[in-house]
Design a protein around this ligand. Structure first.
Ligand SMILES: [Zn+2]
Length: 290
């Protein structure tokens, strides 16, 4: 059977390597020769993916720090990182706050970014599939959360937002292009989109299946910075700014001072060379018509 790229439909795919999942199923990683996006091929079915997104995902995963997903410490740390990232991206909330603005966080999980935007004075909303984090977001944080698949929600795009965000979610989605197109239709004319994802770059090319974000089949797509900007421009977005961060070194529990020093130097060097393996990119809505 001939497979095609899930991003650009090209059939010119190059095999890179394979990686087993936690339950020991092997997944093949290919790179599209046309758009250069690295991806799991063939794309696993939604039924298979759903098995990996049980409640356990939000309570016992360690590689994205989900073991304390619901704790106050985690919440504070996430708020701190968003402050830094948004500041580095040049987002000016004082300027944006003038018009009683609305924000939407797609794949909002337990709603921390929705909570963050609410704390900034915005009318903030989130959309999420997994019921357990939604329960938390509604009952504990009292947030406005839609339960369901973003692609199935408000199909005529009547709801408009000044800011739409997608934090570390696009790599999980089976249909990233329809999602990004739909987001464009939900933005106000001067609206902003910010997305973050793990970054295919020097670190991942060097570490391959050992790269910390190479989790299959949870992560289906691995975008390069330049390639993702090109895709977004093709969908009518105008590039504004980007940052990369993270060195590929995951923090250990009870780290030794030697580990901390090494991590600090490594983190600092990737910041200087702009080769961090996470990236956040800011776009504004262009006038492109679909
Ligand atoms: Zn492609």
């Amino acid at each position: 059977m001939t497979h095609s790229c899930s991003i650009c439909s090209s059939q010119k795919l190059r095999y890179l390597f394979s990686k087993p999942s936690k339950d020991n199923t092997n997944y093949d990683i290919f790179q599209c020769k046309n758009c250069k996006i690295v991806q799991v091929v063939p794309l696993p079915s939604q039924e298979i993916l759903d098995r990996y997104y049980s409640n356990e995902y939000f309570t016992s995963r360690t590689d994205r720090g989900y073991e304390n997903y619901y704790s106050q410490d985690t919440r504070n740390e996430i708020f701190r990182v968003w402050n830094l990232n948004l500041n580095d991206l040049g987002v000016d909330f004082i300027d944006l706050n003038k018009l009683n603005p609305r924000s939407l966080d797609v794949g909002c999980a337990a709603g921390y970014f929705v909570d963050y935007m609410k704390s900034m004075g915005w009318r903030s909303m989130g959309i999420e599939i997994a019921p357990d984090p939604i329960k938390f977001a509604r009952e504990k944080l009292h947030l406005d959360i839609v339960e369901g698949n973003f692609l199935e929600w408000d199909k005529s795009a009547e709801e408009k937002f000044n800011l739409i965000t997608l934090w570390a979610s696009i790599e999980h989605m089976r249909e990233p292009i329809p999602v990004l197109k739909k987001m464009h239709s939900h933005l106000t004319d001067d609206g902003m989109l910010i997305l973050s994802t793990c970054r295919w770059g020097l670190l991942s090319k060097f570490l391959k299946q050992k790269w910390r974000f190479l989790n299959v089949p949870e992560h289906l797509f691995y975008f390069g910075l330049k390639e993702l900007i090109q895709i977004m421009e093709g969908l009518g977005y105008i590039y504004q700014s980007s940052i990369t961060y993270g060195s590929g070194m995951t923090m250990k529990k009870n780290p030794s001072w030697g580990f901390l020093l090494f991590k600090k130097i490594f983190d600092w060097s990737v910041k200087l060379t702009n080769q961090g393996d996470m990236m956040a990119i800011r776009f504004k809505k262009g006038s492109f018509n679909h």
